[in-house]
Design a protein around this ligand. Structure first.
Ligand SMILES: Cc1ncc(C[n+]2csc(CCOP(=O)(O)OP(=O)(O)O)c2C)c(N)n1
Ligand SMILES: CC(=O)[C@@H](O)[C@H](O)COP(=O)(O)O
Ligand SMILES: [Mg+2]
Length: 620
């Protein structure tokens, strides 16, 4: 790494607080350069971190961290915070096996006050901390830093609703408004935030920043807001004030001369305060400023040349197979609609959004709403397809049960990132979906073993008159050619890929390929079970009758997963062979690359062979 003389003086925020104010500008330049260089080597979330450089410095400069609690929302913008809190050298291992996490974690640092990565939790957590401080008579501050995208979620408003009613909790909410989610933000709140910014956002913020400096405490344009109230105009000021907060801003979040005195003033105030800060995603790196979407989450890249577009010709990811299928399906069925809770790019919906804008719905970071909205559409005869990451579906469990499954509505869940996702780690692994879906009545659950099967399962799902889920992993499959024709699979039927002796491997989804290699080595039978629910009970019975050991393989928690369902069926059979259930262990799994992670939990070929040998030695 190049040298960073100012950063090298900072081992913790107390060192930063000893800096002369005039040194903070060059420090921000250094921190930004460091982040670009570092993230280009490790990969990670770049644009959001570049946008919060000055805010991070100002917060640690003004507040007495870790005594004062900074709670970052999502936490994908905390790399600068990590650098200033003693983890600069550890940044070389960011998101890597045994390295530091890409998100805040309480076990990683005392400055990481709250573990995050799923969005919109910060105000609730910071309020809890503020109320705890009040109860103990402590003067510490709790500060939630939340983006405009994260602010769109219901949970953020549940917390505001509660906080505004607790007049003496020392809570500061900082809205980091960069007019971006991962993609451009959506919804009425976005329009309200934008309303304030008629003309140029940055000029407006800068002018406001100048005024803030002149007033203590910095209550901007009070008279104007009284007028807005009288006229019934809803602006961010009136909106958040109606929630019981005192609203300040907007100020330019890249202007340390505005940020620092404003935060110093706010630090002295009691009760719920709200500061609106305007930043630019990707600030200071021209390529990221021009395309903050591309630079939101990056793999390693050459930071001088920038990210180069793919060479093409590679096998498609499951996400692309899904996106192509949805476009093809929508072209032949006008009842198809596509829904995403703020994950257009990651879920493969960019082309669908362009080609079917009337049938494309980005509902914001609102997984619960996404499912119930789909339920409403289904009631009226539409065929909604909700594209959702496994980990974010966790947010919408009651909506799945109560609003969709209980009414047996035809809603398709295209569940991406099922299994171990890699660098995002424990917060993002799709480790639990099979377990939590299996117990829901009426569900049809499928796990494709290859790209073509994924397409055919999605079609099977649309044909099914009830709720269904097709669950596929992050990245690519074995490279099986996708057939353009769509044909529904026989529901509840698995498929034997290989006939062998003594041992039968019953594999689900991504682990079918592993099972095939293991099957060759052991001369074992390999079944691609395809359906988790309804399970192919006849196939299970047949394999149980003809083998001495049944081994189930799934990239899901072994507790309550597909293997448990197989065991339940085997338990009812007159002839019960031995069983070995392989899946994710009963612990949270850290970050690293997917291959390494699978090895670490014994779900690679060698791990499966070793587990079988341990249960059922070859010469037994
Ligand atoms: C519950 C949940 N849904 C979706 C996501 C995926 N996600 C991560 S960051 C992000 C956008 C957040 O936008 P904002 O809060 O404005 O932060 P910015 O990226 O603009 O810095 C989304 C949708 C998530 N982390 N959590
Ligand atoms: C922070 C967050 O939740 C997303 O940015 C996530 O990291 C995207 O993951 P993928 O790279 O798998 O789309
Ligand atoms: Mg944003």
């Amino acid at each position: 790494m190049s040298s960073y003389p100012l950063l090298e003086r900072i081992g913790n925020p107390a060192d930063l607080r000893a800096f002369d104010r005039r040194e903070l500008h060059p420090l921000a330049d250094e921190l930004r350069a460091f982040l670009i260089e570092s993230v280009s080597k490790t990969g990670g979330h770049l644009s959001s971190n570049l946008g919060t450089v000055e805010l991070t410095i100002a917060l640690h400069y003004v507040f007495d961290t870790p005594e004062d609690r900074i709670v970052w929302d999502v936490g994908h913008q905390t790399y600068g915070h990590k650098v200033l809190t003693g983890r600069r050298q550890a940044m070389t291992g960011l998101r890597r096996w045994e390295g530091i996490s890409g998100f805040p974690r309480r076990c990683e640092s005392e400055y990481d006050t709250f573990g995050t990565a799923h969005s919109s939790t910060s105000i609730s957590a910071a309020l809890g901390m503020a109320v705890a401080a009040r109860a103990r008579g402590e003067e510490r501050r709790a500060i939630a830093v939340i983006g405009d995208g994260a602010m769109s979620a219901g949970m953020a408003f549940e917390a505001l609703n509660n906080a505004g009613d607790i007049a003496d909790a020392n809570l500061l909410v900082i809205l980091n408004d960069n007019e971006m989610s991962i993609s451009p933000p959506v919804g009425a709140l976005t329009k309200i935030l934008a309303r304030l910014m008629s003309g140029s956002t940055f000029h407006a913020a800068r002018r406001a920043g100048e005024k803030v400096l002149g007033v203590a405490p910095p209550m901007l344009d009070f008279a104007r807001r009284v007028e807005e109230h009288v006229k019934g105009l809803i602006t961010p000021g009136t909106l958040f004030e109606e929630f019981g907060f005192r609203y300040y801003g907007p100020i330019d979040g890249h202007d340390l001369e505005a940020l620092i005195p404003t935060l110093q003033n706010l630090r002295r105030l009691k009760g719920p305060q709200f500061l609106h800060v305007i930043t630019r995603k990707g600030q200071g790196y021209k390529l990221a400023e021009a395309d903050p979407v591309l630079y939101h989450g990056v793999s390693q890249f050459d930071h001088t040349a920038g990210i180069q577009s793919g060479k093409g010709g590679e096998k498609p990811t499951y996400t692309q197979v899904f996106g192509d299928w949805l476009c093809d399906m929508a072209a032949v069925d006008p009842q198809i609609v596509g829904i995403t809770p703020a994950m257009r790019e990651g879920s493969g919906l960019v082309r669908f959004a362009q080609e079917f804008p009337e049938r494309y719905f980005d509902v914001g970071i609102a997984e619960q709403h996404a499912l119930t909205f789909a339920a409403g559409l289904a009631c009226e005869g539409y065929k909604p397809v909700v594209a959702i990451y496994s980990t974010f579906l966790q947010r919408a469990y009651d909506q799945l049960i109560h609003d969709i499954a209980l009414q047996n509505l035809r809603v398709v869940l295209a569940i991406d990132r099922g299994g171990l996702v890699g660098a995002d780690g424990a917060t993002h692994h799709g480790a639990f979906d099979l377990s939590f879906l299996l117990c829901v009545p009426n569900m049809l659950i499928m796990t494709p073993a290859n790209e073509n099967e994924c397409r055919q399962m999605l079609y099977t799902a649309v044909c099914h008159d009830g709720p269904s889920a097709v669950r596929y992993p992050r990245g690519g499959g074995p490279g099986v050619a996708v057939e353009p024709a769509m044909q529904a699979l026989p529901v509840g039927r698995g498929k034997i890929h290989r006939h062998g002796k003594r041992i039968a491997l019953l594999a689900f989804g991504s682990l079918v390929q592993t099972a095939e290699t293991v099957g060759e080595r052991l001369d074992a039978t390999v079944a691609n079970m395809r359906f988790v629910k309804p399970l192919d009970e006849a196939l299970v019975a047949e394999l149980a009758a003809s083998h001495e050991l049944l081994v189930t393989l799934e990239e899901n928690a072994v507790i309550g997963g597909a293997g448990s369902e197989v065991a339940r069926v085997v338990d009812q059979l007159p002839q019960r062979p031995r069983m070995l259930r392989l899946g994710l262990p009963d612990r949270f799994i850290d970050h690293g690359d997917q291959t390494q992670l699978l090895r670490s939990v014994g779900l690679d070929v060698d791990g499966v062979l070793a587990a079988i040998e341990g249960t059922y030695p070859a010469n037994s």
